[in-house]
Design a protein around this ligand. Structure first.
Ligand code: XMP
Length: 516
């Protein structure tokens, strides 16, 4: 049995919402793990099981390649909540009937709660929920009662309190289900009796205990610190666990934003007193990039050079047998591959920092079971500076993928200034709070302008301002006219070499967020 708190096992049956369910459960203060059907029994046996959630999925229970869920999950003496496909599978398995509905229910639907009990404790009358299903439960298994109904779905929610089995046809995890969080909270707190003990202090204690378990009393760890939120919080946890036995390496590749290296040195070296080596490798990277214009080649050169620099620097720490990494939970969750039937694929960006396996070091990944929002919470809890915790994402290849065409030291300097103006002007107004990223891109375009009595022929830069939840899809974001005006006039007046500022108003897809 693990040392994890009592928690919930979420069985992924193919929905795109599995991680969302897990985040909602964690937000409610409950530890949970995601698993695939074929590993569900093993996962259940390995945890202090407080409840099971069966996710939705795109299959019909009648499909040949529908996920095969072990029926033992319904006899584990803990509450089970089936969501959408999970409910249909449970009801059919227990002798109920699932049918293709006459009408597909998709989107916001008004549902009437008929029993304000169980998951619907303190919830009554009509409430709006998010539905997305073709099939539905036409006849409930013996022992089940209807708890909610909608016009097209007579059993929008059902349950058997005696066996502690529950099903909802709607998606409580989706924010469009107005009282969805309460439904999940009722399940976790009142039905499963879980304590809500997944909190920053207990998370930190747990991760520190795990670090101790891996590296022991004397092990030393080397960590590539980028200054991004993941490696920074990993460094904070490792520092708290092993102090001077942690050695951080920050590679200044000459492609960083203005003031970035200084901010990292200030926070980790001066403020937190960590052992931080800053490698001044800008010239190496820029020499290798000379004459290169192809975006993929640029990325490869920078990735390879990073590995080389890191490898050389890490050699200095002869006693370090461990490599710290800021790998997050979404990078390692196994999920059901709905396109390839019931097989499991690992969505793994193992070695997310781009380091090779042959470093001959054992990995320590203190964020491996955490979501990004939890990492930020832990960072704040440990006192990490707000500018790092809330930092916008910044690509590994840095400004090189924001300088279109060849990268030269002069262009890097131009873009650093323009980007600095862009970010500080936006942050001054607070308009950055709803944005995912906001930055400048240097274009290989020159155009004519006037400055005083002189004609200029200089570069153009683009502003890329985007809203996104996870970087997978994105929309261009709005800025006030005043902010756009001040960014534009400050860049053109102060950055010698840029005489035109344009606005990128492309969504992703089809355009990507970064230009290269
Ligand atoms: P794209 O350009 O693909 O970017 O729309 C999606 C998100 O990923 C970030 N990005 C990267 N992050 N290393 C990273 O750590 C990279 O090489 C990289 N490339 C893109 C990008 O900033 C955006 O948030």
């Amino acid at each position: 049995m693990s040392s994890d708190p009592r928690g919930v096992l979420i069985v992924d049956l193919g929905t795109q919402y599995t991680q969302l369910i897990a985040r909602r459960v964690r937000e409610a203060g409950t530890w949970c793990q995601i698993t695939i059907p074929s590993k569900a029994l093993e996962a259940a046996a390995g945890m202090d099981l407080g409840g099971i959630i069966l996710s939705g999925g795109p299959s019909s229970v009648y499909d040949d390649d529908a996920p095969v869920v072990p029926e033992e999950l319904l006899q584990m003496d803990v509450a089970v909540l089936g969501i959408c496909y999970g409910m249909q599978w449970m009801c059919r398995t227990l002798g109920g009937e699932v049918k293709a509905s006459d009408k597909r229910e998709y989107g916001r639907v008004s549902m009437r709660v008929v029993r304000s009990e169980g998951p619907f404790r303190d919830i009554g009358g009509h409430t709006v929920v998010w539905m997305s299903h073709g099939d539905s439960v036409a006849a409930l298994p013996a022992g089940f009662e209807t708890y909610a109904e909608s016009e097209d779905c007579p059993s929008a929610a059902a349950g058997d309190p005696a066996r502690n089995l529950w099903g909802v046809q709607f998606h409580p995890e989706v924010s469009h289900s107005v009282r969805g969080r309460e439904v999940l909270d009722n399940f976790l707190t009142h039905i499963c009796g879980l304590q809500g003990d997944w909190k920053p202090d207990s998370i930190v204690d747990r991760e520190i205990a795990k670090i101790h378990q891996i590296v022991g009393e004397e092990g030393e760890v080397v960590l590539g610190l980028s200054g991004g939120v993941d490696s920074s919080v990993a460094a904070m946890l490792l520092n708290k666990a092993i102090g001077p036995r942690l050695h951080c390496i920050f590679v200044d590749n000459g492609l960083l934003r203005k003031g970035e290296r200084e901010a990292v040195e200030r926070e980790f070296k001066e403020h937190l007193g960590m052992d931080l080596v800053v490698v001044d490798a800008g010239k190496r990277f820029l020499d290798k990039l000379a004459g290169v214009t192809d975006p993929e080649r640029k990325r490869k050169i920078i990735g390879n050079e990073f590995v080389e620099v890191f490898r050389e620097e890490a050699k200095a720490f002869k006693n370090a047998g461990y490599l710290g990494q800021g790998t997050l939970y979404p990078d390692v969750i196994e999920s059901v591959n709905v396109h390839g039937g019931n097989t499991a694929v690992i969505k793994s960006h193992h070695n997310v920092g781009g380091l090779p396996d042959d470093l001959d070091m054992e990995l320590v990944e203190p964020l491996r079971e955490l979501f990004k929002d939890e990492v930020r919470t832990i960072g704040r809890f440990l006192g990490l500076d707000g500018t790092i915790v809330d930092r916008q994402p910044f690509p590994g290849p840095g400004l090189a993928v924001r300088i279109i065409g060849e990268v030269t030291p002069e262009k890097v300097a131009l873009l650093q200034e323009a980007d600095h103006i862009c970010t500080t002007e936006i942050e001054k107004t607070g308009e950055h709070l709803g944005l995912w990223q906001y930055f400048a891109v240097l274009l290989p375009v020159q155009s004519v302008g006037v400055m005083g009595d002189h004609r200029t022929y200089e570069n153009a830069c683009a502003l890329r301002i985007v809203e996104s939840a996870d970087g997978m899809t994105a929309d261009w974001g709005y800025l006030s006219r005043e902010t756009l005006q001040s960014i534009s006039s400050k860049i053109i007046n102060r950055v010698r070499g840029i005489n035109r500022v344009v606005l990128d108003i492309s969504s992703k897809p089809p355009s990507t967020i970064e230009w290269e």
